[in-house]
Design a protein around this ligand. Structure first.
Ligand code: ADP
Ligand code: MG
Length: 523
């Protein structure tokens, strides 16, 4: 079959035409979210098919919720989602950077530079950025960490909220972080309670579960105890409705019952043998064994949700078993303490496992307030985990991007080939962040950019950026506008990756009708 026949029902655009359409799609996409960037960014009201509403200024949330059909736009959204997964922040920046890189590439293509040359130049520039970015950073301390979390939450809530959230998120991550290891955020449990004020939110060392021990005569607190987690029950088997027991001899029922009792006893014996002091079952625990468990000084919990068992298993280094009889010494975990605590008027079970764990209790007056606080925590925990893994911080407010652009311009001068133009274009693209920040703050984008560039040059410092609260060009570390290096680096790498893969497409085949390019924003 000839190519013509194969492509019969296909709309095809090739070469420059394809690239032009793809660049337009990326620009349109960033146009949809650029107004959310920075502390003065506006919110978007999202309404889903069922009419549920969500107000957000989070780039990736907007893009993932919108039903975007264009494949190239989807690639850019993919870069933003990846950013969300890896770095938990910088999602809007990634999209804005990618589209600006493409916009500048298009201008070069129009001047006759081949996309392959541009891609090569972009790679060179990216490499230079990755090498240089470390020199622009400062090492974090607890004061700077807190400021970085507050910067990351800018535009997300009022000052008191940001203060409380950053403080608590730092404490929670500190509890679960272990020297030299990646922070396991799943060890942080978040519980919400309505009815009190945000200021009463707290972090508790250990996992907090809304559970009572099955008998109040059981110990209130166990210290350094062995923990067994059972994805099952310690109880008699109940007859299921279609089960038949044919009784032919007298005493059969009796011996059946005895056998069941024996099985319960052997399970208790097993617990004794393993030295278990705390046991949690996903299903029930027979009332008949309660008194024996009390006598043995065991703390027991029943009907514990599987998700909580999973958390406990991580925190206590225990393996969940299907039933007590199959448990071995290796399955048993350890807790530093397992105790009873009244929180918000309700009894809770607090387990401080050997492997760490923390619970953030979010309090707020209404469900909406609690929801807002929860989303803030999600962002804050992401940023804090980043900083615990890599404590290097960068000046924000566009300072780092401008510094990198200045550096790339100097670097470009040393390249004799056409790639020089691509490196310059890449540097120019990085400056888009300051322009958009200024634009969203109601300031003139070009003037603001020029002011930052000239201040950095005059002071010979990479730390000058735009403070949108004062409207001035300031030293960003002094002003406390800082962000984790990992987030900025990932945003640049992700944007480069997306723009290069889009630049390499020179043939677009639409199986059905052209989905069309989203409307171009007037920018
Ligand atoms: P993203 O989704 O990319 O994280 P944000 O809306 O969170 O987007 O905005 C982050 C940008 O806002 C960063 O470049 C950061 O440096 C900047 N920023 C934060 N606070 C300020 C401030 N007070 N003045 C200027 N820029 C700020
Ligand atoms: Mg952010």
């Amino acid at each position: 079959m000839s190519e013509k026949e194969i492509l019969q029902n296909t709309t095809r655009s090739t070469g420059r035409d394809a690239l032009k359409k793809n660049v337009q799609a990326a620009i349109a996409l960033s146009g949809a979210i650029r107004s959310t960037l920075g502390p003065k960014g506006l919110d978007k009201l999202l309404i889903d098919d069922d009419g549920r509403t969500l107000v957000t200024n989070d780039g990736v949330t907007v893009l993932e919720t919108a039903k975007v059909e264009h494949p190239v736009a989807k690639m850019v959204i993919g870069a933003s989602s990846l950013q969300d997964k890896i770095a938990k922040d910088g999602t809007t920046s990634t999209v804005i950077l990618a589209s600006e890189m493409l916009r500048n590439s298009w201008e070069l293509v129009v001047q006759g530079i081949h996309p392959a040359v541009i891609s090569r130049g972009f790679r060179m520039a990216e490499q230079k950025v990755v090498e240089a970015i470390d020199n622009l950073s400062v090492s974090g301390n607890s004061d700077l960490f807190k400021k970085a979390v507050i910067s990351a939450l800018s535009g997300k809530g009022h000052d008191l909220l940001k203060e409380i959230v950053s403080e608590l998120a730092l404490t929670a991550v500190e509890i679960v972080s272990q020297e030299g290891e990646k922070v396991d955020r799943s060890k942080i449990k978040v519980i919400s309670q309505t009815g009190s004020s945000i200021g009463e939110s707290e972090v508790i060392q250990g996992l907090v579960l809304a559970k009572k021990r099955i008998d109040i005569s059981m110990p209130k607190q166990i210290k350094d105890g062995s923990v067994l987690l059972v994805d099952g029950a310690i109880e008699r088997r109940s007859f299921s409705s279609d089960m038949k027991l044919n009784v032919t001899t007298p005493g059969v029922i009796e011996s059946f019952r005895n056998k069941e009792r024996e099985m319960l006893i052997s399970q208790i014996e097993k617990l004794k043998e393993l030295g278990v002091k705390v046991i949690a079952c996903k299903e029930g625990i027979d009332d008949e064994v309660k008194s024996t468990l009390v006598k043995l000084g065991i703390q027991a919990f029943r009907r514990v949700a599987k998700s909580d068992l999973d958390l406990l298993s991580k925190s206590c280094n225990a393996t969940i078993v299907n039933d007590v009889m199959s448990a071995t010494k290796e399955n048993v975990g350890k807790c530093l303490s397992s105790s009873n605590k009244t929180l918000g008027g309700l009894e809770h079970w607090v387990v401080d496992g050997e492997g760490g764990g923390a619970t953030i209790i979010i309090r707020g007056s209404t469900i909406d307030v609690v929801g807002e606080v929860e989303r803030c925590f999600e962002d804050a925990l992401g940023v804090v985990s980043q900083m615990f893994e890599d404590d290097r911080l960068l000046p924000g407010g566009g300072a780092t991007y401008v510094a990198l652009a200045r550096l790339l311009r100097r670097y470009a001068e040393s390249i004799p080939d056409r790639e020089q133009l691509a490196v310059e274009a890449y540097g120019d693209a990085l400056e888009v962040i300051v322009r958009v920040l200024a634009e969203n703050g109601g300031m003139d984008p070009i003037e603001s950019l020029l002011a930052v560039v000239s201040k950095q040059t005059k002071e010979d410092s990479n730390r000058f950026g735009l403070n949108l609260y004062s409207g001035q060009v300031e030293e960003m570390v002094d002003s406390g506008i800082i962000e984790p290096l990992g987030i900025v680096r990932q945003a640049i790498i992700g944007a480069t990756e997306a723009s290069i893969s889009i630049l390499r497409i020179d043939d677009v085949l639409w199986a059905k009708q052209d989905v069309g390019i989203p409307e171009l924003p007037n920018s």
